[in-house]
Design a protein around this ligand. Sequence first.
Ligand code: AMP
Length: 283
Amino acid sequence: MRTIRTIQAFRTWRRQQDSRKTSLGFVPTMGALHAGHRSLIQRARETCETVVVSIFVNPLQFGPKEDYRHYPRDLIRDLKICEEERVDVVFAPQLAALFPLRFQTTVTVGVLSKRWEGESRPSHFQGVTTIVTKLLNLARPTHTFFGQKDYQQCVVIQQLVKDLELTTKIILCPTIRDTDGLALSSRNQYLTPLQRQQAKLLYQALSAGKQAIAKGKYTNKDICQTMHRVVNTHHGISVDYLVCCDAMTLEPLKQVEGKVVLLGAIRLGKVRLIDNLLVRVRH
Ligand code: AMP
């Protein structure tokens, strides 16, 4: 495995791959790798001849009051995990390499970025789409792997790829969960033991929504009430949103039908957790 830390060296390596004409799988991450990231790398390894993982904590996607400075960073441990997963190249650029002084261009996806996560974190998706565009331009992958855990992010990136005629194929990989259902996340380590207990309620709320649909409840009101009921009785949890939407447009549905996504975000103290479940509804 090679670790590349400069843009110039990464470009040189990438140019050498052109003559090989092989499939190149790309897994963009912010490091602090866990089993969720591993599953993306494994899928890339199964799908493509060459696998590149990027590790870069992207300041543009953090709000002014968010945890950019304290976000967990452990490159040595991350490199060990990448080595175990037989990654070919880790691209881990320095901040100033990707965002030099006087950097001033951003990439914005419209309506899809404004809803849900966009309401709580106004510049978040612009930060994501700007860095993803840069990384895709550098890596020029045939396939790029994202986790369903960040479902809205996947939909926004699909739109970006379509609108800007990017040629990579986006592969959506399932959410990896702890035994009690909590989706793995680098931010779970911020939870106190009590908050960790309560964190599973997010998955339980979404599962209750899914069950309600399975039992024939098709109105948004019924499904949202069911999801809210799971968390409402618990102290210390506030709900940012628990909603039932069209899986493509992310618009709330009055009457659920077709491919539906249940999206949720809750706050436990200073920690904000997101999760989702996809449901296919046939009346
Ligand atoms: P991050 O390092 O948080 O930016 O995440 C990098 C990639 O890993 C994104 O595509 C995430 O959606 C994905 N990811 C994070 N957590 C999980 C998880 N629990 N299961 C599957 N994919 C995940």
